[in-house]
Design a protein around this ligand. Structure first.
Ligand SMILES: CC(=O)SCCNC(=O)CCNC(=O)[C@H](O)C(C)(C)COP(=O)(O)OP(=O)(O)OC[C@H]1O[C@@H](n2cnc3c(N)ncnc32)[C@H](O)[C@@H]1OP(=O)(O)O
Ligand SMILES: N[C@@H](CCO)C(=O)O
Length: 351
């Protein structure tokens, strides 16, 4: 179904104590909820995706895919701060009548999840059969499973972590430095900071892919070349591709939200928080992921009570979670066929 919208008319209080009035949330649904209300699949999207999961996760979500509207009622909501239908820095601040831009309040992964909860309540979804997400989406899914263990039956965490790492924060800070080096960022206009955003995305790409990805896809045949390399134009192209569909303000705030992720904050530490997850959990890591290395998912596996672990082999690195849809389908199919506790799922490769 096309983009739908829900506006929470109460005052939405953020973890920082700041408040947002009239929280608008854009979301997509696919399929129909069944009589027992036990076919809900809720997807938490990653950094720059949107609620149209049938568009960006094709091969995994779609008419003829593993998660299809015939069997499942799929929901994906645009996250707080993202520019695809939910309140974000380019939205009009009802108090001033002007767009927020840099007056948008800082928010955390917990605030993003709090908005998901409001939407779930509004849609009367008391039971989520499967909650899943990769990367920043996995951070939300994990956080949600800790605060509402009764609502979530199965949890699938892909290429994610319990607490954002110093390495991940450093990548985000370098991207923010690129954005703020573009002084137009402070102009508070829809395309402010575009050049900075382009540079930021090219930095991010280095963490989403890896040496091997570039070696395979951007290798030169011409030994005589001294300039104008494919790898250079690729960086520039990917940076511009994001500028064409996103804005520097949402990106800046969302990278800050990612940095804030720590399930142990105020809960007596990460291990204690992970022990609160009641969902039957599948944790998937990607061998070549340099941003969320597989040790982070093994850690989740060791500390979430009813969990299984699988490793996915992809030369794409972290972004493999968006691309290796057949392998994801195979792993998830195996997971739902077995009753697992502390099980390592071997990936069954299809020819
Ligand atoms: C409204 C919307 O568009 S929403 C978009 C949805 N996006 C999301 O949800 C975010 C999540 N998705 C992603 O991050 C990405 O789409 C991924 C990871 C799934 C795939 O990344 P892609 O950029 O498609 O793949 P890849 O890294 O192979 O790059 C291919 C692109 O780079 C171009 N390219 C490849 N090599 C070069 C080069 N040397 N120089 C210039 N361009 C190059 C290709 O022509 C291709 O261009 P296209 O995207 O216009 O077709
Ligand atoms: N490529 C992903 C970020 C990595 O999780 C996105 O742009 O959402």
């Amino acid at each position: 179904m096309s983009l739908q919208s829900f506006t929470y008319t109460g005052t939405f209080e953020l973890e920082s104590g700041s408040k947002i009035k009239e929280l608008q949330i854009g979301y997509n649904t696919y399929g129909t909820i069944n009589k027992n209300r036990d076919n809900v699949v809720w997807v938490c999207h990653a950094l720059t995706a949107n609620s149209d999961v049938f568009d960006w996760w094709k091969g995994f979500f779609g008419e003829n895919d593993h998660f299809n509207p015939e069997e499942h009622f799929v929901i994906c909501a645009n996250i707080l701060g993202s520019p695809y239908g939910t309140v974000n820095p380019l939205s009009i601040n009802s108090t001033t009548g002007q767009p927020y831009y840099l007056a948008f309040p800082d928010f955390t992964i917990r605030d993003i999840v709090k908005a998901h909860k409001l939407l779930a309540d509004h849609l009367e979804i008391t039971h989520i059969e499967i909650l899943l997400g990769g990367s920043l989406g996995g951070q939300q899914a994990l956080e949600w499973s800790i605060i509402e263990p009764q609502r979530i039956k199965n949890l699938i965490l892909i290429a994610t972590n319990a607490r954002h790492s110093p390495w991940g924060i450093a990548f985000n800070e370098s991207q923010r430095l690129a954005i703020t080096a573009d002084r137009t960022f402070y102009a508070n206009s829809p395309d402010g900071g575009s050049k900075g955003l382009k540079a930021a995305r090219s930095i991010a790409l280095l963490s989403y892919r890896g040496y091997k990805t570039y070696d395979i896809t951007q290798q030169e045949d011409d030994n005589a070349l001294t300039d104008n390399f494919k790898a250079s134009s690729y960086q520039s192209y990917q940076g511009q591709k994001l500028v064409n569909r996103y804005n520097a303000y949402s990106y800046w705030y969302l990278t800050k939200a990612m940095d804030s992720h720590n399930v142990g904050r105020g809960r007596g530490g990460v291990d204690k928080a992970l022990s609160l997850v009641k969902a039957r959990t599948l944790v998937i890591g990607i061998k070549s992921d340099v941003l969320f290395p597989v040790e982070e998912q093994q850690y989740l596996f060791r500390h979430i009570p009813k969990s299984a672990f699988a490793e996915l082999d992809s030369f794409y690195g972290h972004d493999g979670f968006l691309i290796e849809t057949q392998d994801l389908t195979n792993i998830i199919t195996s997971f739902f066929k077995t009753d697992v506790k502390g099980k390592i799922i071997e990936l069954q490769k299809t020819a």
